[in-house]
Write a protein that binds this ligand. Sequence first.
Ligand code: SAH
Length: 466
Amino acid sequence: MRYFPVFLDMQAADVLIVGGGSVAERKWRLLERTPARITIVAPRLTDALQQVAEAGAIHWLSREFSPEDVRAQRLVIAATADAAVNEAVAAAARAVNIPVNVVDDRASCTAITPAIVERGDLLVAISSQGSSPVLARRVRERVERALPANLGAFIDVAARYRDRVREQLAPERVRTFWETLIDALWREGFVESDDALARRVERALAQAGDASATANGRVSLVGGGPGDPSLLTLRALRRLQDADVVLFDRLVNQELVDLARRDAERIHVGKRRDRHTVPQSQINALMVEHARAGRQVVRLKGGDPFIFGRGGEELADVVAAGITVEVVPGITAASGCAAYAGIPLTHRDHAQSCMFVTGHRKANGHLSLPWQAMAAPQQTLVVYMGLATLAEVCGQLIAHGLAPEHPCAMIESGTLRSQRVVSGTLDALPAQVEVAGLTGPALLVVGTVVTLRPDLAWFDMVAADA
Ligand code: SAH
């Protein structure tokens, strides 16, 4: 970011425009909308500028530019048709560190002006930092279309109510109050009149005053998907951006956590096989405690919260505490990894069913799984948390009737750039995985669908291109 965006206060400020032609006039029309005192230095003016000067709305110095003219200006605009004069203006301003904009000469500028979208006090400034003004204008058109016309009226009303809302509501609820109201108005397109808008704020404020703080708190069990942040659902993204507190696991990609509001509290409750850094009961208690304090709590989980994620237990505790809660589903590792590895989970010629099991050992060290059902034909089997128990799982599947040459694959860090896939057969995969040094997170897929991968591994091709 070479150019740092700032807004200059033009109240009681002086601005100098050098030049009196049509370009200068265009710049004047923009500046005229601010309270700045405008001085124009130019031997001649366009008719329009001439009239404004005669009416006393601008101060006209009818002569050539002189370097002292830049003194005490907040901003200087060089808008003559003469490159040498423009450069002299720029040099004079630069010498005293006054921001200067030279029309059509970025190299001489110390300030460039953005494309603007305005809705009352809301000001959106868009810049390509000089690299593609056409793109900046196109973006401006899109923003123009996206912003409701009477957003400005809402800002006026909001400004009038700002202090009252702050007085009446607890500090941590002020932001949610405005967010809820703005979201509701946005859905309706801000079509209301100024008076109606004011009544809406009054009503919302009365309601918010009635409700207890607890009623405002909420827990969202959010599925963060298998890793690639662009696989988040829209709702998951919204909840992250609205969250006051985010509790996340070790498996969750840091990039997802970074999507939360900058000032949201982030709590790492990282789970590692058998060594839960924060015990489950404490995670549940934390969620309840923060929600009771009126906060928006996001419990960010890898994949889908309801697939091998203890989402059910967490939900039960929050429901029992009488707190508003929701579950935001996510793409589970099986879907994400299979898609990115080019292994369809079902296929008319290969598998009519798909089974998800966990390869995680029970506390007593046992791996008690429905082996017979897992070894069924025409089925794809997906084993989560199966890296440590891979050899045992493969051995049991063979013992229960699958051929030693039955295809299978281990997918590590699925959907991420670092994704690795080791494919082989039940009798050979454990040794191959060992040689490859896979450390996880990794998912085992067993089934003849794995043989489709050589033709369907689209992500490997994309990754190789990048
Ligand atoms: N709720 C999660 C699963 C949590 S269990 C979900 O729906 O995906 C954790 C296991 O998920 C890991 O041991 C691994 O087997 C699997 N897993 C999660 N993300 C993965 C990834 N990006 N690549 C491979 N396996 C993954």
